[in-house]
Design a protein around this ligand. Structure first.
Ligand code: LIP
Length: 306
């Protein structure tokens, strides 16, 4: 990794993100063609594909020796993430939000080296909100990010928003937790989620965690950025892919947060494990909250094919 200029990669990814943002905003969700993948709720649009073509061509020109893994060109059982420098890209994360013009979708651009997140760029063009992170150099949030300096460009704010010594994490009863149903709506994975969601919400006297609040942003990348910012305490999901989490994971790490497995007991999880539990940075309480969350999952175990 030492020989890769991560700042230069970051700058290229930010420029590509803005170009993708213009393409996404120019699209009219009610007139573009859509198709389905796994099932009726796993949607892909012509805009997802067009944005990925643009991204892969620009990154191939800028970094011809780097590998590329993108959601719309991924081949199950074939595509693998190796130790080589690899761009891991989701052209539109939150496609269901996008087709509904619900303004919570983004482009997610990650670089992994040795299968570890090294650079992350997540841009929500609907809110002109940019999140960036470089391994060892911190992560930032910027509003009005596409505007010019002196013409409304927002300040780059270091994450977490709570400062270098962010508030301690309490137990789940005071936590704001993000969860997603995802697109797999049957089988054991779905049952583990349904049981866990119910137990998170239920009153303590009924064996629940009485969680402070539960949210679903509909985008893994934006869930991770909200954890990095300290706006969410926890995000749990099974079924999403490396391209949904690679960039946000780098941004979370650089804000002092932690990604562990969404299955109990696994502290070190892989980029492509497809089962994730993210916790925001905090001066204390992170380990305890992870263990409390795993206890709620109990003996449940999610398993998704590659
Ligand atoms: C989405 C993820 C989300 C998950 C959805 C979908 P997409 O990615 O960001 O976390 O719940 O099922 O996988 O398909 O919008 O790129």
């Amino acid at each position: 990794m030492a020989d890769i200029d991560l700042q230069a990669v970051h700058d290229t990814l930010v420029s590509v993100a803005f170009e993708a943002g213009r393409m996404i905003l120019a699209a009219n969700p009610s007139s573009i063609s859509t198709d389905t993948k796994l099932n009726a709720v796993d949607i892909v649009t012509e805009t997802d594909q067009a944005v990925e073509r643009m991204v892969s061509s620009r990154l191939r020109d800028a970094y011809p020796s780097f590998a590329f893994v993108g959601e719309e060109t991924y081949q199950a059982g074939v595509t693998r993430i190796t130790d080589a420098p690899t761009f891991i890209v989701d052209p539109i994360d939150g496609t269901t939000n996008f087709v509904h013009s619900f303004p919570n979708a983004c482009i997610s651009l990650g670089l992994a080296v040795d299968r570890q997140p090294a650079v992350g760029v997540v841009y929500n063009p609907f809110q002109d909100l940019l999140f960036t992170g470089i391994r060892g150099r911190g992560s930032y949030m910027q509003r009005n990010a596409s505007l010019e300096a002196g013409k409304g460009l927002g300040e780059k704010v270091k994450l977490p928003l709570g400062g270098a010594n962010p508030p301690a994490l309490g137990d789940l009863s005071s936590a704001l937790v993000s969860i997603e149903w995802g697109s797999q709506r049957d089988g054991e994975n779905f049952e583990v989620k349904a049981r866990t969601f119910r137990k998170l919400a239920a009153a303590r006297e009924n064996g629940g965690a009485m969680v402070g609040g539960m949210r679903s942003l509909g985008s893994a990348a934006l869930n991770l950025c909200a954890c990095a910012a300290g706006q969410l305490d926890v995000y749990w999901e099974g079924g999403c892919y490396a391209w949904d989490v690679a960039a946000g994971w780098c941004i979370l790490n650089e804000a002092g947060g932690r990604m562990v497995s969404g299955n109990p007991g696994i502290w070190d999880t892989e980029l492509d494990s497809r089962v994730y539990l993210a916790v925001r940075g905090a001066r204390s309480g992170l380990k305890e909250l992870v263990e409390e969350f795993w206890k709620v999952i109990g003996d449940g175990k999610m398993d998704y094919k590659h």
